[in-house]
Design a protein around this ligand. Structure first.
Ligand code: GUN
Ligand code: ZN
Length: 435
């Protein structure tokens, strides 16, 4: 890590609040000619270049980005690294897709070499898309998580991952037991949780693949170690929901399965949550749990349309997830594009500043990491991206017609993907460059 004090000069935009709570104008800071000071991986100053640089000694290194936009690194609140190689698998909805494509692909992750190779591809893909933090599923194999954390640590990313817990309704080669899931998870927690920038998530795949006894083991782990995350799927697909009813007839609804076993808290993240009743929304809000909105996946698997304003009305924290490999891309910009269309189909709009919030500070809030990441405020970790608003001829042409920041940001989200990401910085270090 560099101990040099460096200034980055460029247009700078970052989210500082939820537009629905603080109003659009108060939800962001924008400096057309901005500067950001980084030292030891931490933001030391951000503002108008004239003012910020006037306070610095004349020998400070200044890196100037012409015609670029700096913003904070994107946060993916739900993604599966072992599904990287099976993204875009054709023709099925959730339960058949799991059986026909996902489980066979995940079966290979007992091999640490395979796991390492896929982890490397996945992490490089995150960074080339400007994503600097993610909440990630491993597979049932301990080796999958060991390999993944090893690679994440090498890149100094703030990453959360966990071993999948699955002791029924899956092929034998992918199931664990009450004893092995406890022992393996415990070993991984002790090795990786809070090591550098890494965190561990207790990860029951979803209610249908865990016995009630295994869900109790998940709760036991959460009680034994501080600040663990709980990461699972919830109410994604109608057939899945029917199946949960059959498997847990004594529970009042899908969320109640997790609730009954003590798995709801401020560090619980539920992917999807599309088909929830009012009492489930209320319970998520009351417990401080978060939902990961995964529009590309929800459309790809035909799962449904998330009613984001309804969840927010209940006070549920929401972050954005790509959910690769059911999700169809790693780019949070493309994910915003699809989120916008999901909202349109429900007669709602999603403003570009709200999208920026969800993909950055909102994700940090959902993951309870807002004191460390999510924007470029002084004291935050310097995870940021340099975007090129003229990355393609069409994008440049469109931007030349833009008359406001709001319009520019919206076009960037609708048209942008990894092609607009020039550089990605992780804790002040340049980890990806297309320049
Ligand atoms: N539900 C249980 N497992 C999965 C998975 O791997 N992907 C998605 N999208 N939903 C799930
Ligand atoms: Zn998922």
């Amino acid at each position: 890590m560099s101990t040099i004090r460096t200034a980055y000069r460029s247009a700078i935009l970052h989210s500082i609040g939820d537009p629905d709570k603080v109003g659009m104008e108060n939800s962001y800071e924008y400096f057309a000619d901005g500067a950001m000071i980084i030292e030891n991986g931490i933001v030391q100053g951000v503002g108008n270049a004239d003012e910020i640089l006037a306070n610095e000694s004349s020998d400070i290194t200044v890196k100037v980005y012409e015609n670029k936009l700096i913003t904070s690194g994107f946060i993916d609140t739900h993604v599966h690294y072992p599904q990287t190689g099976m993204i875009a698998s054709y023709g099925e909805q959730l339960l058949d897709w799991l059986n026909n494509y996902t489980f066979p692909a995940e079966g290979k992750f007992d091999d640490p070499e395979h796991a390492t190779k896929v982890a490397e591809i996945f992490l490089e893909e995150l960074m080339s898309n400007g994503t600097t933090t993610a909440l990630v599923f491993g597979t049932v194999h301990k080796a999958s998580v060991d390999s993944f954390f090893t690679q994440a640590e090498l890149r100094n990313l703030r990453i959360i991952c966990g071993k999948v817990m699955m002791d029924r309704n899956a092929p034998d080669f992918l199931t664990d037991t009450i004893e092995s899931c406890y022992e393996d998870s415990k070993e991984l927690i002790e090795r990786w949780h809070h090591k550098g920038r890494l965190h561990y998530a207790v990860t029951p795949r979803f209610a249908p693949t865990s016995t009630p006894e295994q869900l109790d083991v998940a709760a036991r782990l959460l009680n034994e170690y501080p600040d663990l995350y709980m990461h699972t799927h919830l109410s994604e697909n109608l057939k899945e929901i029917e199946w949960v009813k059959e498997l847990f007839p004594e529970r009042t609804n899908y969320l109640d399965v997790y609730d009954h076993h003590g798995l709801l808290s401020e560090r619980s993240v539920f992917a999807h949550g599309i088909h929830l009743c009012d009492s489930e929304c209320q319970r998520l809000a009351d417990t401080g749990s978060a939902v990961a909105f995964c529009p590309t996946s929800n459309l790809f698997l035909g799962s449904g349309l998330l009613d984001l304003p309804r969840l927010e009305k209940f006070g549920v924290n929401v972050g954005m997830g790509t959910d690769v490999g059911a999700g169809t891309c790693f780019s949070l910009l493309s994910t915003m594009n699809e989120a916008y269309k999901v909202m349109q189909l429900q007669g709602q709009a999603l403003s570009p500043f709200k999208s920026l919030y969800l993909a950055t500070l909102g994700g940090a809030n959902a993951l309870r990491l807002e004191d460390k990441i999510g924007n470029l405020a002084v004291g935050k970790e310097a995870d940021f991206v340099v975007l090129d608003l003229a990355a393609t001829p069409l994008l440049k042409f469109r931007m030349d017609n833009s008359t406001s920041l709001e319009e520019t940001l919206f076009a960037l989200m609708l048209m942008g993907d990894d092609r607009v990401v020039c550089e990605t910085y992780v804790y002040g270090e340049n980890r990806y460059s297309s320049l």
